[in-house]
Design a protein around this ligand. Structure first.
Ligand SMILES: O=C(O)C1=C[C@@H](OP(=O)(O)O)[C@@H](O)[C@H](O)C1
Ligand SMILES: C=C(OP(=O)(O)O)C(=O)O
Length: 449
């Protein structure tokens, strides 16, 4: 749900001045990617799946609502969500269109999930999602046998998935590294009549693969480096108890503030340490080895590793860093906050191979460059990335800064105000509820004078 208080909390309750620091234990919001997948796998497994600490954010609620519209019974009591599995992709025809709101993950994963149904389903999204490419998923799914029809513009939502009785395995070379595309193909391949081979150009988050194994579908999946072989499910998946760890891409905002505000000490609790997601942590560990302590990992539920991380403010000036194809996938959603960090690092930070950023909630390369320039950053937009020369002393924006309703841009701008120590007007802060509804409360309670 949209939380109208996020904008108010910023404008009225967040008191900013220089000399502030972050201190305390930070219970990070639960991981968005894992939350979506726990609901989906719970829905197709046999028996009741219990999810502890699911992320309570707009995007995850979108997935939950869509599954409920498809006839899946999902109930929540406190921090526990129970999904009554259907023992397969046996859904009921929804009464109305499935609205995926702002959530790219829901849209892409559901295309694979719903590729083989006996009825048609209309799917749509908000203005931002309707401009994000769907052909990357629809094209290979069509080769597998999915039938669909675009309802407005070719390649984009809204579209209708049409009835299809058979899905075939294919050999597919993915044109871009995308966990959403990979996951859509895996979900369809599990329903196919022959095996599917997927080749990725680079590593992307592996939560779908881990969850498939956790739910007992390991015999349908072989992973050899960047190649996946997915066989049709021979037996229903089995309901599980899933504990969702903290989201690294949400934690990165307060971690960056803690690094940059002298005297800070933040203990980030129960954070996902899945190595396909730790690119941000690796960069800050490499820049400031003494500022970051990673506690012992506790393997959760044979699923996802997690642990506590302690962050101290840095005493020396940080050096510029480099992001390219080799680490992009492990920090793709952290690029906005890493760009802000780069403005405080000495030298030229280069972010390249990052064209995918142009297909997120906004064209993030363009929006990051525009908004950080307003704050005094020396940043240049490149066709496939950004170049940021630092350090620069940022100043409060003289005009209203604009998140363009992109949650990660909104949080980047709030952290910029915190680092500057002065509040400036920012539009569109309610979008933060898409991934991180407790962001403002957490920031206000951890920020000390
Ligand atoms: O699979 C996922 O849960 C996600 C994958 C990433 O997108 P791509 O797979 O399109 O890169 C990421 O940006 C998104 O926030 C979540
Ligand atoms: C890109 C994001 O999510 P999605 O693709 O699910 O909208 C994000 O959370 O930054």
């Amino acid at each position: 749900m949209t939380d109208p208080t996020l904008q108010n909390r910023y404008e009225h309750d967040l008191q900013l001045h220089t000399g502030q620091f972050l201190q305390g234990d930070y219970q990070t919001p639960s991981d968005k990617s894992i939350s979506h997948r726990a609901l989906i796998f719970g829905a197709i497994a046999s028996g009741p799946t219990v999810i502890e600490n699911i992320l309570d954010s707009q995007d995850v609620q979108t997935t939950q609502l869509a599954l409920q519209q498809l006839g899946v019974n999902i109930t929540t009591a406190g921090k526990t969500t129970t999904v009554q599995g259907q023992a397969g992709c046996k859904f009921a025809k929804p009464q109305s269109a499935l609205d995926f709101g702002n959530s790219g993950t829901t849209a892409r994963l559901f295309l694979g999930l719903l590729a083989r149904q006996s009825f048609s389903i209309q799917i749509q999204g908000d203005a931002s999602l309707s401009q994000r490419p769907m052909a990357r998923v629809v094209l290979p799914l069509t080769t597998m046998g999915m039938q669909s029809r675009y309802l407005a513009k070719s390649g984009y939502l809204p579209l209708s998935i049409l009835p299809s009785s058979t899905i075939h395995g294919i050999h597919y070379q993915m044109p871009m590294a995308s966990a959403q595309l990979k996951s859509a193909l895996i979900l369809a391949a599990l329903q196919a009549d022959s095996p599917t081979e997927i080749e990725q150009p680079a590593v992307s988050r592996d939560h779908t693969e881990r969850m498939l194994r956790q739910f007992g579908g390991g015999d349908s999946l072989q992973v050899h480096g960047l190649k996946l072989l997915v066989s049709p499910l021979q037996h229903p998946l089995q309901a599980q108890h899933v504990v969702v760890p903290g989201d690294p891409s949400s934690a990165a905002f307060l971690i960056t503030a803690a690094l940059l505000l002298p005297q800070s000490r933040l203990v980030v609790k129960n954070q996902s340490l899945n190595e396909t997601r730790t690119g941000f942590l690796q960069i800050i560990h490499q820049l400031a080895p003494t500022a970051v302590t990673i506690g012992s990992q506790s393997a959760q539920n044979q699923g996802e590793p997690a642990g506590d991380i302690c962050i101290h403010s840095v005493t020396n000036r940080l050096a510029a860093f480099r992001i390219d194809a080799h680490n992009l996938g492990s920090l793709i959603d952290e690029i906005p906050i890493l760009s802000l960090l780069a403005t405080q690092c000495a030298g030229t930070t280069v972010i390249r191979d990052a064209t995918e950023l142009r297909y997120k909630e906004t064209d993030r390369l363009s929006v990051i460059a525009t908004e950080l320039t307003q704050l005094g950053a020396n940043i240049t937009e490149q066709p496939d990335g950004l170049q940021i020369i630092g350090p620069t002393k940022l100043h409060a924006s003289v005009t209203t800064a604009d998140s363009h309703k992109d949650h990660r841009i909104a949080m980047m701008l709030v952290i910029a105000a915190v680092i500057i120590g002065d509040r400036f007007p920012i539009k569109g802060l309610n979008s933060i509820a898409i991934s991180n509804p407790t962001f403002m409360d957490d920031l206000i309670s951890l920020l000390k004078d």
